[in-house]
Ligand binder design. Structure first.
Ligand SMILES: Cc1cc2nc3c(=O)[nH]c(=O)nc-3n(C[C@H](O)[C@H](O)[C@H](O)COP(=O)(O)O)c2cc1C
Length: 349
């Protein structure tokens, strides 16, 4: 079993944490990566069509492949197929709040039938052979049905080797704050590593989660979307070093372009560029003039267009900065002496 202790983990993010993004996050400091959830039904009934969802390369390891489904038999068969690909672990999704999944009694819906969670986990463990099995849960269905501790015990009895908790209820979805006390409680309660998930947006959040909950590992989700540098920054701070901060726009856009190239190589030019829109939205979030850039990126259908848009954005941003520096100087303010430029306005006086 991989060692979760002190690790920073890329969250499973449907539509986001595909093979390319996992590779990027691993390079930028994620210690462990997690696949998007994959439907067990899809794998069992349409293997050829869905096989690509399981593609990964060694650079993404240690990697967990996450399955969702509601039938122990189907989950077992899907796990046997996945185990043949030898991921580092197979994870079961008992937390997804999305209607489409819940309606078919998958994800968080199963929190209402802990006995079925036990049977699904046993079936997956039995079919996975040497590949360890983990599970990801929420705190419960609703505030009145908080059963994460009971579910955690059932999972361990059924053979789960680690449990990840996103401590919100299904009813909460993503509203409010995640309740880290549930992580602490579960970490105290279970004899296996507990991974904490929820509301990590800055390095200090991860430092606090480790300290306040005693979790083995911290998982980061929304905070790394368009911002995979958060892993490296967080590791720096955890190691007692200063936070190097977010990268400048040139570096951000260079990574967005690299990400787009990988995606185009995998999905073809037009589909790849269109698929990248959500990532472009994340990479350009907070940039000055980002909204106008996004509007044009959302119309692009080729890599060359994307590259040109980035180049002209950077040129304009740099010349705007140049102009504003000149304006400041012309207005008689001191030039930035910290950058080693002589303050000529003083000797003029
Ligand atoms: C776009 C998106 C997709 C997600 N997909 C999955 C998924 O496939 N499987 C899963 O277990 N959790 C999924 N989650 C939940 C995250 O893994 C994580 O637990 C949650 O976002 C809380 O962490 P955060 O506050 O760091 O984002 C998803 C969340 C988001 C925002």
């Amino acid at each position: 079993m991989i060692d979760f202790s002190g690790k920073l983990v890329l969250a499973p993010l449907a539509g986001v944490s595909d093979s390319n993004y996992r590779l990027i996050c691993r390079r930028l400091g994620a210690d462990i990566t997690w696949s998007e959830m994959v439907s067990a039904d899809g794998l069992v009934y349409c293997w050829e069509k869905n096989r690509f969802l399981l593609d990964f390369s060694d650079g993404e390891r240690p990697l967990g492949i996450q399955l969702f489904g509601s039938e122990p038999g189907v989950m077992g068969r899907a796990a046997a197929n996945v185990a043949r690909l030898a991921p580092d672990f197979i994870d079961i999704n008992f937390g997804c709040p999305v209607k489409k999944v819940v309606r078919r009694n998958g994800g968080s819906s199963l929190l209402r039938t802990p006995e079925l969670i036990g049977r699904i986990t046993e079936a997956v463990v039995k079919s996975s052979g040497e590949v360890p099995v983990t599970a990801k849960i929420r705190s419960g269905w609703s505030e009145r049905e908080l059963n994460y501790a009971q579910v955690g015990r059932i999972l361990v009895e059924a053979g789960a080797r680690a449990v990840c908790i996103h401590p919100r209820t299904r009813v909460q979805a993503f509203s409010g704050k995640s309740n880290w006390e549930h992580i602490a409680h579960l970490a105290d309660e279970l004899p296996v590593p507990v991974i904490g998930s929820g509301d990590i947006f800055e390095p200090e959040d991860a430092v606090r989660m480790f300290a306040q909950t005693g979790c083995a590992a911290v998982m980061i989700g929304r905070g790394i979307m368009g911002n995979p540098w958060l892993f490296k920054r967080t590791r720096c701070v955890l190691d007692g070093n200063p936070d190097p901060g977010a990268p400048a726009e040139r570096e951000r856009l260079a990574l967005a372009l690299e990400h787009a190239r990988l995606t185009v190589a995998q999905r073809g030019e037009r589909h790849g560029v269109v698929f990248m829109r959500k990532h472009f939205a994340s990479y350009t979030k907070g940039l000055a003039g980002g909204a106008a850039l996004r509007r044009r990126l959302f119309e692009a259908v080729s890599l060359a267009q994307v590259e040109n848009l980035f180049e002209s954005y950077l040129d304009q941003a740099e010349s705007a900065r140049g102009e504003s520096d000149t304006a400041i100087t012309a207005a008689g303010c001191p030039v930035d002496t910290a950058a080693g430029v002589t303050d000529t306005t003083k000797s003029d006086n």
